[in-house]
Ligand binder design. Structure first.
Ligand SMILES: [Zn+2]
Length: 296
Protein backbone atom coordinates (compact mmCIF):
# COMPACT_ATOMS: atom_id res chain seq x y z
CA UNK A 1 0.00 0.00 0.00
CA UNK A 2 2.79 2.33 1.01
CA UNK A 3 4.60 1.55 -2.31
CA UNK A 4 1.45 2.34 -4.28
CA UNK A 5 1.02 5.64 -2.47
CA UNK A 6 4.64 6.47 -3.17
CA UNK A 7 4.25 5.69 -6.89
CA UNK A 8 1.06 7.73 -6.95
CA UNK A 9 2.68 10.77 -5.33
CA UNK A 10 5.73 10.45 -7.62
CA UNK A 11 3.41 10.52 -10.62
CA UNK A 12 1.64 13.60 -9.26
CA UNK A 13 5.01 15.31 -8.71
CA UNK A 14 6.22 14.40 -12.21
CA UNK A 15 2.96 15.54 -13.75
CA UNK A 16 3.21 18.80 -11.85
CA UNK A 17 6.78 19.44 -12.88
CA UNK A 18 6.02 18.58 -16.51
CA UNK A 19 3.00 20.85 -16.35
CA UNK A 20 5.11 23.69 -14.93
CA UNK A 21 7.76 23.19 -17.63
CA UNK A 22 5.13 23.28 -20.37
CA UNK A 23 3.67 26.46 -18.93
CA UNK A 24 6.98 28.34 -18.69
CA UNK A 25 6.17 31.18 -21.01
CA UNK A 26 8.45 31.77 -23.95
CA UNK A 27 9.56 35.37 -24.41
CA UNK A 28 7.59 36.90 -27.27
CA UNK A 29 10.08 38.53 -29.63
CA UNK A 30 9.25 40.36 -32.85
CA UNK A 31 12.04 40.80 -35.40
CA UNK A 32 11.58 43.22 -38.27
CA UNK A 33 12.79 40.83 -41.00
CA UNK A 34 13.76 37.22 -41.65
CA UNK A 35 17.54 37.49 -41.07
CA UNK A 36 17.11 39.00 -37.58
CA UNK A 37 14.40 36.43 -36.83
CA UNK A 38 16.81 33.60 -37.63
CA UNK A 39 19.66 35.06 -35.55
CA UNK A 40 17.28 35.53 -32.60
CA UNK A 41 16.05 31.92 -32.83
CA UNK A 42 19.66 30.70 -32.91
CA UNK A 43 20.46 32.49 -29.63
CA UNK A 44 17.07 32.31 -27.89
CA UNK A 45 16.31 28.66 -28.76
CA UNK A 46 13.58 27.11 -26.65
CA UNK A 47 13.15 30.19 -24.44
CA UNK A 48 11.83 32.52 -27.12
CA UNK A 49 8.93 32.69 -29.52
CA UNK A 50 10.14 34.70 -32.51
CA UNK A 51 8.05 36.11 -35.31
CA UNK A 52 9.51 38.08 -38.21
CA UNK A 53 7.31 40.77 -39.74
CA UNK A 54 8.92 40.68 -43.20
CA UNK A 55 9.24 37.05 -44.26
CA UNK A 56 11.63 35.10 -46.52
CA UNK A 57 12.11 36.42 -50.09
CA UNK A 58 10.22 39.61 -49.16
CA UNK A 59 11.48 43.17 -49.57
CA UNK A 60 11.75 45.01 -46.22
CA UNK A 61 12.39 48.41 -47.83
CA UNK A 62 8.92 48.65 -49.35
CA UNK A 63 7.03 46.62 -46.73
CA UNK A 64 3.61 47.79 -45.62
CA UNK A 65 2.70 46.64 -42.10
CA UNK A 66 -0.64 44.93 -41.42
CA UNK A 67 -3.02 45.18 -38.43
CA UNK A 68 -1.65 41.78 -37.30
CA UNK A 69 1.86 43.32 -37.15
CA UNK A 70 0.53 46.04 -34.83
CA UNK A 71 -0.98 43.33 -32.62
CA UNK A 72 2.33 41.40 -32.60
CA UNK A 73 4.20 44.54 -31.52
CA UNK A 74 1.76 45.14 -28.65
CA UNK A 75 2.32 41.60 -27.33
CA UNK A 76 6.12 41.61 -27.81
CA UNK A 77 8.50 41.84 -24.91
CA UNK A 78 11.40 42.58 -27.27
CA UNK A 79 11.30 44.19 -30.71
CA UNK A 80 14.48 43.75 -32.76
CA UNK A 81 15.14 46.04 -35.69
CA UNK A 82 18.12 46.47 -37.98
CA UNK A 83 18.33 50.26 -37.76
CA UNK A 84 20.48 52.47 -40.07
CA UNK A 85 17.26 53.54 -41.82
CA UNK A 86 16.35 50.02 -43.02
CA UNK A 87 12.78 49.90 -41.65
CA UNK A 88 11.26 53.41 -41.49
CA UNK A 89 7.80 51.77 -41.40
CA UNK A 90 8.69 49.98 -38.14
CA UNK A 91 9.55 53.23 -36.36
CA UNK A 92 6.15 54.59 -37.39
CA UNK A 93 4.41 51.39 -36.23
CA UNK A 94 6.20 51.48 -32.86
CA UNK A 95 5.11 55.05 -32.15
CA UNK A 96 1.53 54.49 -33.30
CA UNK A 97 1.04 51.30 -31.23
CA UNK A 98 2.90 52.67 -28.16
CA UNK A 99 4.11 49.12 -27.50
CA UNK A 100 5.65 48.51 -24.07
CA UNK A 101 8.25 46.16 -25.65
CA UNK A 102 11.96 46.99 -25.49
CA UNK A 103 13.28 48.23 -28.84
CA UNK A 104 16.66 46.74 -29.73
CA UNK A 105 18.79 47.93 -32.64
CA UNK A 106 20.78 44.93 -33.89
CA UNK A 107 23.28 47.08 -35.81
CA UNK A 108 24.25 49.13 -32.72
CA UNK A 109 28.03 49.66 -32.75
CA UNK A 110 28.48 49.07 -36.50
CA UNK A 111 30.85 51.46 -38.30
CA UNK A 112 28.33 52.56 -40.93
CA UNK A 113 29.25 52.41 -44.59
CA UNK A 114 27.67 55.39 -46.37
CA UNK A 115 26.78 56.27 -49.96
CA UNK A 116 26.04 59.48 -51.81
CA UNK A 117 22.52 59.55 -53.22
CA UNK A 118 20.96 62.63 -54.81
CA UNK A 119 23.56 64.85 -53.15
CA UNK A 120 22.97 63.38 -49.69
CA UNK A 121 25.15 61.11 -47.59
CA UNK A 122 23.00 58.14 -46.56
CA UNK A 123 23.95 55.31 -44.15
CA UNK A 124 23.92 51.88 -45.81
CA UNK A 125 21.64 49.60 -43.74
CA UNK A 126 22.86 46.22 -45.14
CA UNK A 127 25.52 45.73 -42.46
CA UNK A 128 24.85 41.97 -41.97
CA UNK A 129 26.79 41.18 -45.18
CA UNK A 130 30.07 41.76 -43.30
CA UNK A 131 30.50 38.94 -40.77
CA UNK A 132 32.34 41.21 -38.33
CA UNK A 133 29.07 43.14 -38.13
CA UNK A 134 27.04 39.92 -37.90
CA UNK A 135 28.97 39.22 -34.68
CA UNK A 136 27.87 42.59 -33.29
CA UNK A 137 24.28 41.77 -34.27
CA UNK A 138 24.18 38.47 -32.35
CA UNK A 139 25.94 40.06 -29.38
CA UNK A 140 23.32 42.83 -29.23
CA UNK A 141 20.51 40.27 -29.54
CA UNK A 142 22.03 38.14 -26.75
CA UNK A 143 22.32 41.13 -24.39
CA UNK A 144 18.65 42.00 -25.04
CA UNK A 145 17.53 38.43 -24.26
CA UNK A 146 19.59 38.35 -21.05
CA UNK A 147 18.11 41.65 -19.94
CA UNK A 148 14.57 40.32 -20.48
CA UNK A 149 15.30 36.87 -18.98
CA UNK A 150 18.35 37.00 -16.65
CA UNK A 151 17.60 33.51 -15.26
CA UNK A 152 18.64 31.95 -18.60
CA UNK A 153 21.80 34.01 -19.08
CA UNK A 154 24.10 30.96 -19.21
CA UNK A 155 21.91 29.30 -21.86
CA UNK A 156 21.95 32.39 -24.11
CA UNK A 157 25.71 32.84 -23.68
CA UNK A 158 26.31 29.20 -24.63
CA UNK A 159 24.28 29.62 -27.82
CA UNK A 160 26.11 32.86 -28.56
CA UNK A 161 29.53 31.19 -28.18
CA UNK A 162 28.51 28.37 -30.54
CA UNK A 163 27.16 30.85 -33.11
CA UNK A 164 30.27 33.05 -32.96
CA UNK A 165 32.40 29.99 -33.63
CA UNK A 166 30.38 29.25 -36.78
CA UNK A 167 30.72 32.89 -37.89
CA UNK A 168 34.51 32.66 -37.41
CA UNK A 169 34.68 29.53 -39.60
CA UNK A 170 32.57 31.23 -42.28
CA UNK A 171 34.74 34.34 -42.09
CA UNK A 172 37.88 32.30 -42.73
CA UNK A 173 36.15 30.64 -45.70
CA UNK A 174 35.04 34.04 -47.09
CA UNK A 175 38.55 35.49 -46.84
CA UNK A 176 40.02 32.48 -48.68
CA UNK A 177 37.34 32.14 -51.39
CA UNK A 178 36.89 35.82 -52.18
CA UNK A 179 40.53 36.68 -51.56
CA UNK A 180 41.56 34.33 -54.37
CA UNK A 181 39.38 35.93 -57.07
CA UNK A 182 41.36 37.30 -60.03
CA UNK A 183 41.81 41.09 -59.87
CA UNK A 184 39.94 41.62 -63.18
CA UNK A 185 36.80 39.82 -61.90
CA UNK A 186 36.09 42.06 -58.93
CA UNK A 187 33.51 44.43 -60.45
CA UNK A 188 29.97 43.07 -60.55
CA UNK A 189 26.35 44.22 -60.76
CA UNK A 190 23.33 43.47 -58.52
CA UNK A 191 19.76 44.86 -58.54
CA UNK A 192 20.19 47.35 -55.69
CA UNK A 193 23.10 48.56 -53.54
CA UNK A 194 22.77 45.83 -50.91
CA UNK A 195 26.36 44.58 -50.86
CA UNK A 196 28.49 47.61 -49.95
CA UNK A 197 29.61 46.00 -46.68
CA UNK A 198 30.44 42.72 -48.38
CA UNK A 199 32.40 44.62 -51.03
CA UNK A 200 34.28 46.63 -48.43
CA UNK A 201 35.13 43.59 -46.31
CA UNK A 202 36.20 41.24 -49.10
CA UNK A 203 37.43 43.53 -51.90
CA UNK A 204 34.63 43.40 -54.46
CA UNK A 205 33.17 46.42 -56.26
CA UNK A 206 29.37 46.21 -56.55
CA UNK A 207 27.35 48.40 -58.91
CA UNK A 208 23.55 48.52 -59.18
CA UNK A 209 20.80 50.21 -61.19
CA UNK A 210 18.94 50.90 -57.92
CA UNK A 211 20.31 52.65 -54.83
CA UNK A 212 20.42 51.68 -51.15
CA UNK A 213 16.64 51.32 -51.00
CA UNK A 214 14.42 49.56 -53.54
CA UNK A 215 11.78 52.29 -53.27
CA UNK A 216 12.80 54.32 -56.32
CA UNK A 217 12.87 52.62 -59.73
CA UNK A 218 15.86 53.61 -61.91
CA UNK A 219 15.20 55.82 -64.95
CA UNK A 220 15.90 54.62 -68.50
CA UNK A 221 18.86 57.02 -68.63
CA UNK A 222 20.33 55.54 -65.43
CA UNK A 223 20.01 52.01 -66.80
CA UNK A 224 21.62 53.04 -70.09
CA UNK A 225 24.51 54.69 -68.25
CA UNK A 226 25.07 51.53 -66.16
CA UNK A 227 25.12 49.39 -69.33
CA UNK A 228 27.77 51.70 -70.83
CA UNK A 229 29.81 51.42 -67.64
CA UNK A 230 29.54 47.60 -67.62
CA UNK A 231 30.88 47.51 -71.20
CA UNK A 232 33.66 50.03 -70.51
CA UNK A 233 34.79 48.28 -67.29
CA UNK A 234 34.39 44.78 -68.80
CA UNK A 235 32.23 43.77 -65.80
CA UNK A 236 32.23 40.01 -65.62
CA UNK A 237 28.80 39.14 -64.26
CA UNK A 238 25.45 40.47 -63.08
CA UNK A 239 23.60 38.80 -60.22
CA UNK A 240 19.86 38.54 -59.57
CA UNK A 241 18.51 39.10 -56.05
CA UNK A 242 15.96 36.90 -54.33
CA UNK A 243 13.80 39.87 -53.28
CA UNK A 244 13.66 41.45 -56.74
CA UNK A 245 12.03 40.78 -60.08
CA UNK A 246 14.86 39.63 -62.39
CA UNK A 247 13.65 41.23 -65.66
CA UNK A 248 15.68 44.43 -65.40
CA UNK A 249 18.85 42.47 -64.61
CA UNK A 250 18.20 40.13 -67.53
CA UNK A 251 17.85 43.16 -69.83
CA UNK A 252 21.08 44.67 -68.46
CA UNK A 253 22.92 41.39 -69.01
CA UNK A 254 21.56 41.04 -72.57
CA UNK A 255 22.45 44.59 -73.57
CA UNK A 256 25.85 44.76 -71.90
CA UNK A 257 27.09 41.29 -72.79
CA UNK A 258 27.83 40.44 -69.13
CA UNK A 259 26.90 36.93 -68.03
CA UNK A 260 24.30 36.12 -65.35
CA UNK A 261 26.24 34.92 -62.30
CA UNK A 262 23.28 33.47 -60.39
CA UNK A 263 21.04 34.70 -57.57
CA UNK A 264 22.33 36.40 -54.43
CA UNK A 265 20.31 36.57 -51.21
CA UNK A 266 20.37 40.24 -50.26
CA UNK A 267 17.74 41.44 -47.79
CA UNK A 268 15.88 38.24 -46.90
CA UNK A 269 16.40 34.52 -46.30
CA UNK A 270 15.09 31.88 -48.71
CA UNK A 271 11.80 30.26 -47.67
CA UNK A 272 13.47 26.83 -47.94
CA UNK A 273 16.77 25.21 -48.91
CA UNK A 274 20.35 26.12 -47.99
CA UNK A 275 19.78 29.90 -47.75
CA UNK A 276 16.92 29.59 -45.25
CA UNK A 277 19.23 30.47 -42.32
CA UNK A 278 21.62 33.42 -42.12
CA UNK A 279 24.71 31.17 -42.03
CA UNK A 280 23.35 29.23 -45.01
CA UNK A 281 22.54 32.46 -46.87
CA UNK A 282 26.06 33.79 -46.43
CA UNK A 283 27.64 30.54 -47.53
CA UNK A 284 25.31 30.35 -50.55
CA UNK A 285 26.28 33.88 -51.65
CA UNK A 286 29.95 33.05 -51.14
CA UNK A 287 29.73 29.94 -53.32
CA UNK A 288 27.70 31.76 -56.01
CA UNK A 289 30.25 34.59 -56.21
CA UNK A 290 33.15 32.18 -56.19
CA UNK A 291 31.71 29.95 -58.94
CA UNK A 292 30.93 32.90 -61.23
CA UNK A 293 34.14 34.84 -60.70
CA UNK A 294 36.98 32.45 -59.91
CA UNK A 295 37.97 31.53 -63.48
CA UNK A 296 40.25 34.17 -65.06
ZN1 LIG B 1 18.25 46.48 -49.46
Amino acid sequence: MRALTMIFSMCVAMGLSLGVAAQTPKIPVVASFSILGDMTRAIGGEHVHVSALVGPDEDAHTYEPTPDDAKALLNAKIIIKNGLGFEPWLDRLVSSTETPGAIVTASKGVAAHTMEEDGETIPDPHAWHNLTNAKLYVNNITQALIKADPADEAYYNRNLAAYLKKLDRLQAEAITELGNLPAGNRRIVTSHDAFGYLGQAYGIDFMAPQGLSTEREPSAAEVASLIRQIRADKVRAVFMENIKDSRLLQQIADESGAQIGGTLYSDALASEGPASTFLGLFEYNLTTLHNALSTP
